[in-house]
Design a protein around this ligand. Structure first.
Ligand code: NAD
Length: 268
């Protein structure tokens, strides 16, 4: 039987009833972690993820919380500690886009993206870190006191016209992650970001659901395929496990080479 690198550890994955979060939940479950499927809407899809993890021999529960709501985030962590005893891993994945031409962007569109993509990461990381520090290191489970994985994007470094709120939030995630890694390194809390390129999920359907759209997307991706949530899940397991024990404060790009700027392949 394959070694289960995360046995006995508990992972909260925010926004885990769709796309990348769902992919991370399956990979973490297969690696032996108890997985908390956080969701804000569509409880039936969260339950389906729980059922699939359990059918594959893992442990999972679904917990509702809007990550941008302080009370709900605190309540979620309380419930998880009640059920599983502690939290070892947080995957700060929940995120959304509200795209608009900049001059037409409403305050509501700006605030929603900042509240979910940035404040949500703050609220969840704060509760996770409090719990990590309360529990301390358990050497049988992990060399680290806790692991936080922030779902960022290639847009933490690639500017994105007509998506200014989203790109700004991901640029913020980069500094958020690095500052946390600096503040908590001596307490053995590792904080890293995953920066996906184009991954096939509901957030970017328009980029891949017609052959024309997919062809145009491929002009940005040297490796010439769109990513899938499982690609991200494998990286999340690595960053959550002691295999990456000397990695903290890192943004890991997982993008089929998008950040080498394919458009310049012919000399610019
Ligand atoms: P998705 O729309 O499939 O999933 C987003 C998830 O976040 C959903 O489960 C949604 O319900 C949840 N969510 C939204 N608001 C929430 C809230 N207030 N509280 C709790 N959950 C909430 O999209 P995805 O592509 O899986 O995106 C996941 C993350 O990956 C996001 O942070 C996104 O910015 C990032 N990302 C995606 C891509 C991509 O190509 N798909 C690329 C780079 C980064």
């Amino acid at each position: 039987m394959a070694e289960k690198k995360l046995s006995g550890q508990t992972a909260i994955v925010t926004g885990a009833n769709s796309g990348i979060g769902e992919g991370c939940a399956y990979s973490l479950g297969a690696a032996g972690a108890n997985v908390v499927i956080n969701y804000v809407s569509k409880p039936e899809t969260a339950q389906a993820v729980v059922d699939k993890i359990k059918a594959d021999g893992g442990n999972a529960i679904a917990v509702q919380a809007d990550v941008s709501n302080e009370e709900q985030v605190i309540a979620m962590f309380k419930e998880v500690v009640k059920v599983y005893g502690t939290v070892d891993i947080l995957v700060n994945n929940a995120g959304l886009q509200k795209d608009a031409k900049f001059e037409e962007m409403t305050v509501a569109q700006w605030d929603l993206v900042m509240n979910v993509n940035l404040k949500g990461q703050f609220l969840c990381a704060r509760e996770a870190i409090k719990e990590f520090l309360r529990r301390g290191i358990v050497p049988e489970r992990s060399a680290a006191c806790g692991k936080i994985i922030c779902m960022s994007s290639v847009h933490e470094i690639i500017p994105w016209a007509n998506h200014v709120n989203y790109a700004t939030s991901k640029g913020g995630v980069r500094m958020f992650m690095q500052s946390l890694a600096q503040e908590f390194g001596d307490r053995k809390i590792r904080v890293n970001s995953i920066c996906p390129g184009a991954i096939k999920t509901p957030i970017n359907t328009d980029a891949w659901n017609t052959p024309q759209a997919l062809n145009s997307l491929m002009t940005l991706i040297p490796y010439n395929r769109i990513g899938v949530p499982e690609d991200i899940g494998k990286l999340a397991v690595f960053l959550a496990s002691d295999d990456s024990d000397y990695i903290t404060g890192a943004s890991i790009f997982i993008d089929g080479g998008m950040t080498v700027f394919e458009g310049f392949a012919t000399g610019g």
